[in-house]
Design a protein. Structure first.
Lengths: 353, 153
């Protein structure tokens, strides 16, 4: 898409020319912490341009954001080239997504972040990334431009413009190791609002909301009880560590394990099953032992495979080669046989009847 | 002898009876017209049999007969009906077919709840996610804009 390409090239060129210096650890920590805390304290509204590279094309969306601390946010998206709009409201620990035209949507509890471990995560981030900062300005406001580059290869860099007065991230970019910008979110207008400015806001009364599967943290004994065993483990890339496990209950219970290097997040979803369910537009990669499927989107890579009776899906903003290598640490089962398909089909029928 | 010694008359004609039996039969024949008649019929039959030509047996008849017997015995031991042979072949083909590897094809509903969007949802637990809340929203929503369904995942 030409518009998106023009925007991205402009952003890259602008940032490349900007002088930057390595930020002292204390400064980087305070800037990152300030950005985290901004969402809890600053009320604002603005309009954004969101450009995402999809692997073979670029999608551009316009977003209108309204935020009221501590946890109310409404964002309305409209995608260029599409007549559809999409509204996301986060309030009181739940997230509602709906189509404003049809008034139909879904609701689910929000996975709460672990605020107590901000310092831990910033520490890990500084182990794995170099942080450089420089003064800048955006939309007539003074900002700190933060460049976060990985110490090891095969990871994406981030560039952020943090509003000096409020700590709100006014621009965000994700850049692949190749130098290709794969995502860019930038405010085109930004206004700080008085606290409580959206206190009286109510959702439309005629919304028809279906409950989405909820996600909650889970303990090791509960994993054992729910799945009758522990999924095969993945050896994450260097610098990543496991930070949390989540359970999604539904027709197919799933365990989601989160790994992070302080900034990037790698999730592995495991559910019981012997037959892979590769996502649309994924391509098959044949390994020495069996097949797995890979799909790229917006700088993220998805790898899907089966091993030891577990269906596994890994997503992260890492290079496909690295994720395939990571998946292989858990082993990749051979292609399913016709009898396996038959067994799966019979089990599905059992579930229906 | 009061009753007719029918079972001894053929031996009498052939001369295979004991002396006592032979004398007894002669005494009976002297008084029994019916048994004399039977003796005469046996003697006539013997004469006719002696006059009949002797059948000749081909030299290979024995070996052919033995081979035929052996074949029958083998068939009885190993032979199975044709339908059961076909059924066995079908079962064998089915077993081979069931072992055949078949990779599933990518589909729109496949791994939907384990894809990019769920990754974005879980990523919210990262404490720095709020730093770029707008990024989170931007990250997962435009991805599946067309795929986003109002149905529960």
């Amino acid at each position: 898409m030409k518009i998106a390409a023009t925007i991205l090239i402009g952003v890259v060129a602008g940032l490349s020319a900007a002088p930057a210096h390595a930020a002292p650890a204390g400064n980087a920590t305070s800037l990152l912490t300030k950005a985290v805390q901004a969402q809890r304290t600053i009320a604002y509204r603005g309009e954004q341009v969101i450009a995402t590279w999809q692997g073979d094309s670029t999608k551009v969306s316009l977003g209108r954001v309204e935020h009221a601390p501590p946890d109310w946010t409404r964002t309305e998206f409209s995608q260029l080239g599409s007549t559809r709009r999409w509204v996301v409201v986060r309030e009181g620990g739940r997230e509602i997504q709906y189509d404003p035209a049809s008034r139909a949507g879904t609701v689910a509890p929000v996975v709460e972040s672990d605020e107590d471990s901000v310092d831990d995560h910033v520490g890990w981030l500084l182990e794995n990334y170099r942080v450089a900062s420089s003064p800048s300005s955006l939309l007539g406001r003074r900002t700190d431009r933060l460049a976060i580059t990985p110490i090891t290869g095969n990871r994406s860099s981030r560039r952020l413009e943090i509003d000096r007065d409020t700590g709100v991230v006014l621009r965000f970019e994700r850049v692949e190791p190749t130098g290709r910008v794969v995502q860019m979110v930038t405010f085109t207008t930004f206004d700080v609002m008085p606290k409580g400015w959206r206190a009286e806001t109510a959702l439309p009364g005629d919304l028809r909301l279906a409950q989405r599967q909820s996600v909650r943290r889970v303990t090791a004994p509960e994993i054992q009880r729910q799945f009758g065993g522990v999924p095969v483990s993945v050896a994450p890339p260097d610098g990543f560590r496991k930070t949390a496990e989540f359970l999604t209950l539904g027709p197919v219970p799933a365990l989601r394990t989160m790994y992070t290097d302080g900034l990037s997040v790698l999730t592995v979803t495991a559910e019981r099953g012997r037959i892979a369910r590769p996502p649309a537009a994924s391509r098959k990669v044949q390994t020495r032992t069996g097949p797995l499927w890979v799909r790229r989107s917006g700088g993220n890579t998805l790898v899907h495979w089966v091993q030891s009776g577990w269906r596994l899906t890994m997503v992260g903003d890492l290079a496909p080669e690295l994720l395939v290598q990571t998946a292989s640490t858990a082993g990749v089962a051979r292609s399913p046989r016709a009898i396996d398909h038959l067994q799966e089909w019979i089990q599905t029928l059992r579930g229906v009847f | 002898m009061r009753s007719h010694p029918s079972d001894l008359l053929s031996g009498y004609v052939d001369g295979t009876l004991s002396r006592a039996e032979h004398v007894g039969i002669e005494e009976h024949l002297a008084t029994c017209i019916e048994c004399r008649k039977t003796v005469d019929e046996v003697r006539t039959l013997q004469i006719l049999l002696r006059a009949a030509p002797q059948p000749t047996v081909p030299p290979a008849a024995l070996s052919r007969t033995l081979a035929l017997l052996e074949a029958r015995r083998s068939e009885h031991r190993w032979g199975v009906p044709r339908w059961s042979v076909a059924a066995a072949a079908g079962v064998a083909a089915l077993i081979v077919a069931l072992q055949w590897p078949i990779d599933p094809s990518p589909g729109p509903d496949s791994a939907k709840h384990a894809g990019f969007q769920s990754h974005a949802e879980v990523s919210l637990a990262h404490p720095l996610a709020d730093m770029a809340l707008v990024t989170y929203l931007a990250t997962h929503l435009p991805y599946d804009f067309e795929l986003t369904s109002v149905e529960p995942r």
